[in-house]
Ligand binder design. Structure first.
Ligand code: 9Z3
Length: 315
């Protein structure tokens, strides 16, 4: 990376609004990483940071309006479940309000739809949702109790990137056992905090004309400076299939990722292509089973690749 790129990144962090609770987040992370699971095996345990959901770009400091990046959070939530099943500790960095691990089969408003009043004092789970509710509670509680799941919410691009940096510094000591799985949809353009108006933009002033700056690319600095030994997977999303693979290969080379998962908006739940230096692998959802997820074979493949990386971190 050249010095201009470092300067751009430094000035992004210097001018960002300070992250609330950053000391608390660091404490939580350190506790999570050091937590001895009831089964006792922490040494050499793999930790993955799964990012999920879209980042927002506020247009006013006292934000009324913002630009958003599309992501339901389903990819991140599903992947988290499969990583935990594979024995990983997962730091789930997610956009507040998006899909959560173990809740994917629940309706949108679970409290109102899954429960009913039994009498004036008690409520109960509706028969139709009882398996889904029991499963969600059991699996989520087990993951948290075993020290395998830490959930950290963000909303803005400023919060997301500051938290990513804190996470990187917390898991750096794990060397090749650490992994980043960057499924969040991250804003490419933003309004720097210092040039952002404080109050709500007035519509009486006519059409809105505003200049957005490019968000500095943090993937290179994450890969080469923050956690040089970690296994790094990023995602590439396109709507035009003709340019998808070429863009993913570019990202792989430019940011020195270990793999880039390429996906198209419309088919993202059916198929993804894992792009690596040794070629591309198409990963499909198992169509013989209605409840299957493409994340199941995807995480299996990445876990195997991570094992190879741990044996030889220079790969
Ligand atoms: C992805 O490509 C994710 O797979 C999706 C998942 C956001 C499509 P859902 O959350 O969808 O299940 O609804 N994430 C990365 C998107 C992104 O912004 N990538 C940047 C790019 O493509 C690189 S960081 O340029």
């Amino acid at each position: 990376m050249d010095s201009a790129a470092f300067h751009e990144i430094d000035s992004f962090f210097e001018s960002a609004p300070p992250l609330k609770d950053s000391a608390k987040i660091t404490d939580k992370l350190n506790q999570f990483i050091q937590f001895d699971s009831p089964s006792g095996e922490v040494k050499g345990r793999r930790v993955v940071c799964v990012t999920s959901g879209g980042t927002t770009v506020p247009l006013e400091q006292r934000c009324v309006r913002y630009i958003d990046n599309f992501s339901s959070g389903n990819r991140g939530a599903a992947s988290t479940e499969y990583f935990i099943k594979a024995g990983y500790k997962v730091i789930f960095l997610y956009r507040r309000g998006t899909c959560q691990p173990y809740c994917r089969s629940l309706p949108e408003d679970p409290l109102l739809e899954c429960f009913e009043l039994a009498d004036d004092f008690n409520f109960q789970v509706r028969e139709s949702h009882s398996e889904a509710v029991k499963g969600a509670i059991r699996d989520h509680h087990a993951a948290v109790a075993d020290g395998l799941l830490l959930k950290l919410p963000f909303a803005t691009i400023f919060e997301y990137l500051q938290m990513l940096k804190i996470i990187a510094s917390a898991i750096r000591t794990l060397g090749p056992h650490a992994m980043f799985y960057l499924a969040a949809a991250v804003s490419d353009f933003y309004v720097p905090w210092k040039s952002m108006v404080e109050h709500k933009i007035q519509s009486a002033s006519g059409p809105l004309d505003m200049r957005l700056m490019q968000v500095p690319k943090m993937l290179s600095v994450l890969r080469t400076e923050w956690t040089p030994k970690a296994f790094c997977i990023s995602f590439k999303l396109e709507t035009d299939s003709k340019i998808l693979l070429e863009k993913a290969i570019m990202a792989l080379k430019k940011y020195k990722m270990h793999a880039v998962v390429a996906n198209e908006l419309l088919t993202r739940k059916e198929v993804v292509t894992v792009v690596t230096d040794n070629g591309n692998i198409s990963v499909h959802r198992d169509k013989t089973w209605a409840g299957s997820d493409v994340e199941d074979p995807l995480i299996e493949l990445l876990v195997n690749r991570h094992s190879t990386h741990i044996k030889d971190p220079s790969t």
